[in-house]
Write a protein that binds this ligand. Structure first.
Ligand code: 13P
Ligand code: SF4
Length: 328
């Protein structure tokens, strides 16, 4: 066992060099064997790992082939050549990958990796909204089940929501289910937005007084907020954008000190890429994202569990809504 582990540590030395600022050596020693096994399994099973920006650094920098925000993961999922896609992220992301790759095997390492936004709305709720606002187009955030997407005209992500809303040429749009994202988009457009009451349990915890306190304690800090944060938080931030847009902002602007008002692993992952930037870290953990571990990614590749399947009657209209978004 000790030998196996030391061989794995030696083999992963180059990888470790990338993440050593955010993972202490004793912790890496507990990861190296699984990293080694996952890299070998990916080759033997012709599999790829797609990882969201909120995955922990040993996954994000250690075993992922494609990393990014929900939009990039959806786009890249359409280009994957492998037989198996392991989605290191939450269930709606795995469903989106499956919708776009019906012929491939899509695995999620833990079926319980959900999302408070996806849980906030059902297909029946969307049907009721349509009855209440006849003729008004429905834009659905990708953070929803396939059944909800199937009831929608088009999907959006935090990276393209404004573009999607404005692409419809409508005076009014129903935007589901994230109330804060809807309000943040409404502040940037003349389109009247009808929202739902869903919230992200991670981003709803940030407050405007958090932002003011941060500015008092770090006067030179640049504050970036995800658009799932409440509008008063976004209003006080210096920039708001998807997880990919926040990462790009740091890469392009190189602020000396930055705060990412979002999930905790984002700062770890982005700081690995930009060691010259200081990250102040008030952050909130997403318990669903954190269900994905090296151990269960390895288990998924070894056993083929858990395979994501979608009822074909739901998959066809849900795919249309996602593809319509990707065409924009
Ligand atoms: P992004 O699309 O910005 O990566 O956000 C996904 C998500 O779940 C944020 O909580
Ligand atoms: Fe859902 Fe929020 Fe977790 Fe993203 S961070 S997966 S929106 S609960």
């Amino acid at each position: 066992m000790a030998n196996l582990s030391s061989t794995a540590i030696a083999r992963s030395a180059e990888l470790y060099d990338r993440v050593k600022r955010v993972i202490p050596p004793p912790e890496w020693a507990t990861f190296a064997e699984d990293v080694d096994a996952i890299l070998a399994l990916k080759r033997s099973r012709n599999a790829v790992v797609l990882a969201h920006n909120y995955q922990t650094p040993e996954i994000f920098h250690g075993v992922a082939d494609i990393v990014g925000d929900s939009l990039l993961l959806a786009r890249e999922a359409t280009k994957v050549d492998a037989d198996i896609i392991v989605l290191a992220g939450v269930h709606f992301m795995a469903e989106t990958a499956k919708l776009l790759n019906p012929e491939k095997t899509v695995l999620i390492p833990d079926l319980a990796a959900g999302c408070s936004l996806a849980d906030s709305i059902t297909a029946q709720d969307v049907r009721l909204m349509r009855q209440r606002y006849p003729g008004v187009p429905v834009v659905t955030y990708v953070n929803t089940s396939s059944a909800v997407k199937a009831e929608s005209d088009i999907c959006c992500t935090s990276g393209n929501a404004l573009k999607v809303v404005e692409s419809l040429g409508a005076e009014r749009v129903i935007m589901l289910p994230d109330e804060y994202l809807a309000q943040n988009i409404a502040a940037q457009t003349n389109v009247k937005i009808i929202a739902w009451k869903g919230h992200c349990e991670v981003h709803e915890l940030f407050t405007a007084s958090d932002v003011r306190e941060l500015r008092e304690s770090h006067p030179d800090v640049t504050i970036l907020a995800h658009p799932e944060c409440p509008p008063e938080v976004v209003a006080e931030a210096d920039f708001s954008g998807s997880t990919a847009a926040m990462s790009d902002f740091v890469g392009q602007q190189r602020p000396p000190r930055v705060v990412l008002l979002t999930e905790c692993s984002m700062s770890d992952n982005v700081s690995v890429l930009h060691p010259d930037v200081e990250f102040i870290r008030p952050c909130n953990l997403c318990p669903h994202m954190k269900r994905i571990t090296l151990k269960n990614i390895r288990h998924a590749l070894e056993t083929g569990r858990h395979e994501v399947t979608i009822d074909p009657a739901i998959a066809a209209p849900a795919r249309r809504a996602v593809e319509r978004m990707l065409a924009i």
